[in-house]
Write a protein that binds this ligand. Structure first.
Ligand SMILES: *[C@@H]1O[C@H](CO)[C@@H](O)[C@H](O)[C@H]1NC(C)=O
Ligand SMILES: *[C@@H]1O[C@H](CO)[C@@H](O)[C@H](O)[C@H]1NC(C)=O
Ligand SMILES: *[C@@H]1O[C@H](CO)[C@@H](O)[C@H](O)[C@H]1NC(C)=O
Ligand SMILES: *[C@@H]1O[C@H](CO)[C@@H](O)[C@H](O)[C@H]1NC(C)=O
Length: 430
């Protein structure tokens, strides 16, 4: 009898555990009706594994799709002030980027004075933010946008302003009183304390304010945050800081790819902010950067001076079809599914989308133009499946359906990005 009880208890515990920790419905089930074949093969669930994505997320209702907006760091670093933040908000509106979803205006490091005030509160730098953050938040909110701020899970920020460790409650309450909508929380001067101990207190402090605030962990991937941060933040950095170079961007893409199965609505892997438009990469490289970030369900936080963008920069970051891949409600991170060529530089990246579709990127990381072919096997499609293809950079359908593979010529460091829609086939009822 006792053994039976233990057995039943264990069974129930296991079932609950699976329900909580894994995706309840695996992808293939949702992709494969019994009456209709959507053309996906048995290896589909293995290729696009989502089993590590917990449904027990932060539960503040945010990040159902990756966050979109702008952040001051990549272009301005410490050279910020309330004028440039306001002008950026104005530019998000006047360029139409806000209407495409770029709504967070995020101030990075250097907004605060070097010391807390006599009551121990953070103070905006009186020289650069003389009107204070509340006034800035009101301005930003008046435009229908949201304001993000920055602090650090340590004694100081990376630029040696006061950090928030042991001040979580005060600082969260202050941010909420200003009307802040987003907190990026950095990892400098962390006193050698584990991030698993330093990041949850701010989560709880933000929650206790009663204001819904996006919580972005910037832990640099040091302690593999994908393994634990789903219950702590809405996104977590998986890597070191990006810099405006091809080597940095490609290195970071590969590291972020390793954690694909842990991302989903409520909590995303963060391979850091966009460098598109900052001048260190060419048009093809920036287009690849944007395409792969969109496919990986990375936060799309523009990092250039959007008051002064080139037409090429605007064309890249305003591509509605690529943004739609990033914001797709299915919320499954795309990943690298096939490589060939010298040093694996010819690559196929892909990810499932709602509506039984696939996003596919052919990415040429070699130094010469080449043809890259995506076979149906690596994409998790049954051979013989007829697929219609839309080109997201040409904004047109590719003529003629493909039935076994699809290949295209891709320039050096460039990519092509598509949506593949397999033709559904009714199964015979018997
Ligand atoms: C504000 O910052 C911008 C960008 O760094 C700079 O060009 C401008 O001169 C600054 N304005 C003031 C008043 O400091
Ligand atoms: C605080 O956390 C609870 C429990 O997860 C959640 O239901 C609630 O929406 C959160 N509130 C805010 C303001 O984030
Ligand atoms: C940019 O990142 C790459 C790759 O991580 C690194 O090798 C390089 O030193 C960095 N460059 C700068 C200027 O920090
Ligand atoms: C605008 O950007 C161009 C480069 O694209 C640069 O040469 C110019 O100085 C910038 N203007 C301002 C006002 O920042």
């Amino acid at each position: 009898m006792a053994t039976m009880k233990v057995f039943v208890f264990t069974l129930i515990w296991c079932l609950l555990h699976v329900g909580i920790e894994g995706r309840v419905v695996n992808l293939l089930q949702s992709f494969d009706g019994s009456r209709i074949s959507y053309g996906f093969s048995n290896s589909f669930n293995r290729i696009f594994d989502t089993s590590k994505y917990g449904i027990l997320q932060l539960n503040n209702g945010l990040a159902q799709t990756p966050q979109m907006g702008w952040n001051s760091w990549n272009f301005f670093a410490c050279n910020i002030n309330e004028t440039v933040i306001k002008e950026t908000a104005d530019a998000l509106i006047s360029t139409g980027l806000a209407d495409l979803g770029y709504v967070y205006v995020n101030i990075d490091d250097c907004w605060s004075a070097a010391k807390r005030d006599s009551e121990g509160q953070l103070v905006p730098d009186p020289k650069t933010f003389p009107s204070g953050i509340k006034a800035l938040a009101d301005y930003i909110h008046g435009k229908g946008l949201k304001l993000g701020i920055y602090s650090d899970a340590g004694q100081f920020t990376c630029q040696v302003r006061p950090g928030s460790i042991y001040h979580e409650k005060d600082d969260a309450a202050l941010f909420a009183s200003w009307g802040v909508d987003y907190l990026k929380y950095d990892n400098c001067f962390n006193l050698g304390i584990k991030p698993q101990d330093r990041y949850p207190p701010m989560r709880d402090a933000l929650n206790a304010t009663g204001r819904t605030i996006f919580y972005s962990l910037c832990e640099w991937g040091v302690d593999d945050p994908a393994l634990w941060a789903g219950k702590v933040g809405n996104s977590w950095r998986t890597t070191d800081d990006i810099n405006d170079s091809w080597v940095s961007m490609t290195t970071i893409a590969d590291i972020n790819d390793e954690w694909a199965s842990y991302a989903g609505p409520g909590g995303w892997n963060d391979p850091d902010m966009l460098e598109v438009g900052n001048g260190g990469m060419n048009y093809q490289e920036y287009r690849s950067h944007f395409s792969i970030w969109a496919l990986m369900k990375a936060p799309l936080l523009v990092g250039c001076d959007i008051r002064n963008m080139t037409a090429e920069t605007f064309e890249i970051i305003s591509n509605k079809e690529v943004i739609a891949v990033n914001q797709d409600p299915l919320g499954v991170q795309g990943r690298k599914v096939y490589v060939s060529g010298t040093d694996d530089c010819l690559q196929v990246w892909a990810g499932p989308l709602s509506g039984h579709r696939l996003a596919v990127v052919l990415w040429n990381r070699c130094s010469k133009a080449a043809t890259i072919t995506a076979g149906w096997g690596p994409l998790g499609l049954e051979s013989g499946t007829s697929v219609s293809i839309r080109d997201l950079w040409q904004h047109k359908e590719v003529v003629g359906d493909a039935v076994a593979s699809y290949g295209a010529r891709v320039g050096a460091h460039d990519c092509q990005m598509y949506i593949f829609t397999p033709q559904t086939v009714a199964r015979s009822v018997n």
